[in-house]
Ligand binder design. Structure first.
Ligand code: BES
Ligand code: MN
Ligand code: ZN
Length: 513
């Protein structure tokens, strides 16, 4: 699957194109039927004529992601015109621009158009000038995100058609080159994370993940250190090792360092749950849908993707990523419900359900990360089915001890078109995790399941460190509601949000909850 190119072009380059792409908005709601789709870009005789014909024919209404390809159109010298609907102009957003980018790529692929040229004024005319660069970036992101294809164990057929290029008409000689490059860096980071998630768990096992992350870091300003079983034993990581115990694969703790900030500045720590396959262990999961548990490492995928993105964007901040890569399997060596393990923090944990393994992995990764005295800590994990019950596939559940960090993540998410929703960490939930046999138990009853996962993690977090937990169980895969995501497979959720958060990072000062 060759990556297509996006080039800056002048308006006159349109003369050489094989397809002109024009963005149209839906007719105003109060004017339905009476008028056709709205064109906001520069007017010309051809556009007026097209608008007139579209109004009288009711052929294309400009609904969001509506597409129409007019071949051999025969006027204005256009060999082919691709009409792309943007929906209501009032609801237009950078994320709609992202979706339009994906629509254009998909249409080029379906119609076998090697190249196409979009008049960017048709996309941007209604957008305030200061926001136009980001809208264009989002459009480019969508184009590249839609080009992602899994080709690892099932290469694309020889007949498969791949669009080669998109020209941005009217973007040349403007400072937009940087914007296109940024869009590419972010989309490539997301596509890298997706490629990790989609790989089968017999190959993308803990060692496989360490290899691929090490490969990604090569040629980038990233330093990767991988701890194996014996080093983790030295760290007394009884919680993480207890999960790994049933698997024939050795667990790996992967540390990825990026030092773009001042020497000596405390890093921001990103922690990822990297359960390469979650069978549930002895508390085994039902067979139906168990294959989806290969995506249980997408917290780690997100962390790896963000590290790639911030290195490519050369952000001025120190960041360390920590990935706990483990497989959760049943076997004669596997840990049992009722086992008590000693975590690296010294706190003891009764295992009441071996399927609540992500929090056990994170407990020890947190203790390890805290040795670096991070200025803030964000963990990303496919932690609970309960977050899907609460929020569906629409949003990532977030919770933590710092109102300021939570609010920043909300702001970053809304900027990058991702949905997050805060869940509470009420003290009331602590009761359910109490046990006579240890300092805490890893699973309670079914009520408030996501918050209880958060409460468990919080038990290992140093109160002086601002921390947020992101539960991506509902958003890591199967996010087909957005056309720039694959219908089935890893989405790369939260990479845009966290990359933006880190890029615009300011030291935190707030009252810990
Ligand atoms: N990996 C799962 C959570 C999950 C479920 C992710 C569905 C994606 C889709 C996690 O390890 C798990 O099994 N959690 C348990 C926790 C419970 C035993 C307290 C759950 O959600 O059932
Ligand atoms: Mn589990
Ligand atoms: Zn899991």
């Amino acid at each position: 699957m060759p990556t297509p190119k996006i080039d800056l072009a002048t308006k006159s380059d349109e003369a050489n194109t094989s397809a002109v792409v024009l963005v149209w908005f839906a007719a105003d709601a109060d004017n339905k039927g009476a008028s056709g789709p709205k064109y906001l870009g520069g007017r010309s005789k051809e556009i007026d004529e097209l608008a007139h014909r579209l109004t009288s024919s009711h052929h294309f209404a400009g609904k969001k992601n509506e597409l129409s390809v007019l071949r051999f159109y025969g006027f204005a010298g256009w060999p082919c015109v691709m009409l792309v609907g943007a929906g209501s102009s009032e609801k237009f957003s950078a994320d709609v621009a992202r979706q339009l980018g994906a629509s254009v790529f998909k249409c080029q692929k379906k119609e076998k158009l090697e190249s196409a040229s979009v008049r960017i004024d048709s996309l941007l005319a209604g957008v305030p000038p200061q926001e136009q660069p980001y809208y264009l970036q989002a459009f480019c992101e969508g184009y590249w995100l839609a080009s992602y294809e899994y080709v690892f164990t099932k290469p694309a057929s020889k007949e498969a058609f791949y669009p080669k290029k998109l020209d941005l008409l009217g973007a040349k000689n403007s400072p937009l080159k940087e914007v296109v490059d940024r869009g590419q860096a972010i989309a490539e980071a997301i596509n890298f994370a997706r490629s990790l998630g989609d790989k089968p768990p017999n190959i993308l096992n803990p060692a496989g993940m360490a290899t691929l992350v090490t490969q990604m870091a090569k040629g980038r300003k990233l330093k990767v250190t991988v701890l194996g079983q014996s080093q983790m034993e030295r760290e007394k990581m009884g919680a993480l090792l207890g999960v790994a115990q049933g698997s024939d694969f050795e667990p790996k703790l992967i540390q990825i360092e990026y030092r773009g900030g001042k020497k000596g500045d405390k890093p921001v720590a990103l922690l990822g749950k990297g359960v390469t396959f979650d069978s549930g262990g002895i508390s085994i999961k039902p067979a139906a849908g168990m294959d989806d548990m290969k995506f249980d490492m997408m917290g780690a995928g997100t962390v790896a993707g963000v590290m790639q993105a911030i290195a490519d964007l050369e952000i001025p901040l120190n960041v360390t990523g920590f990935i706990g890569a483990v497989e959760n399997m049943p076997s004669g060596k596997a840990q049992r419900p009722a086992d008590v393990v000693v975590s690296s923090s010294g706190k003891t944990i009764e295992i009441t359900n071996t399927d609540a393994e992500g929090r056990l992995v994170l407990a020890d990764v947190i203790t390890y990360a805290q040795k670096q005295k991070p200025q803030a800590m964000i963990d990303v994990a496919t932690l609970t089915g309960a977050v899907i019950v609460a929020l569906g596939n629409a949003a990532t559940g977030i919770m933590g001890n710092s109102a300021a960090l939570i609010s920043r993540i909300k702001t970053a998410a809304s900027y990058t078109g991702e949905k997050v929703w805060e869940l509470p960490l009420f003290d009331e939930y602590e009761e359910d995790l109490k046990t006579p046999y240890a300092d805490i138990r890893n699973a309670g009853n079914r009520e408030a399941g996501s918050s209880k996962g958060g409460i468990f993690i919080k038990f290992f977090v140093d109160k002086s460190i601002p921390w947020v937990h992101c539960d991506i169980a509902g958003t890591a895969n199967n996010k087909s509601d957005l056309n720039y995501n694959p219908p089935k497979g890893a989405s790369g959720a939260m990479i845009r949000c966290l990359t933006h958060l880190l890029e615009t990072w300011q030291p935190l000062q707030d009252q810990k909850k």
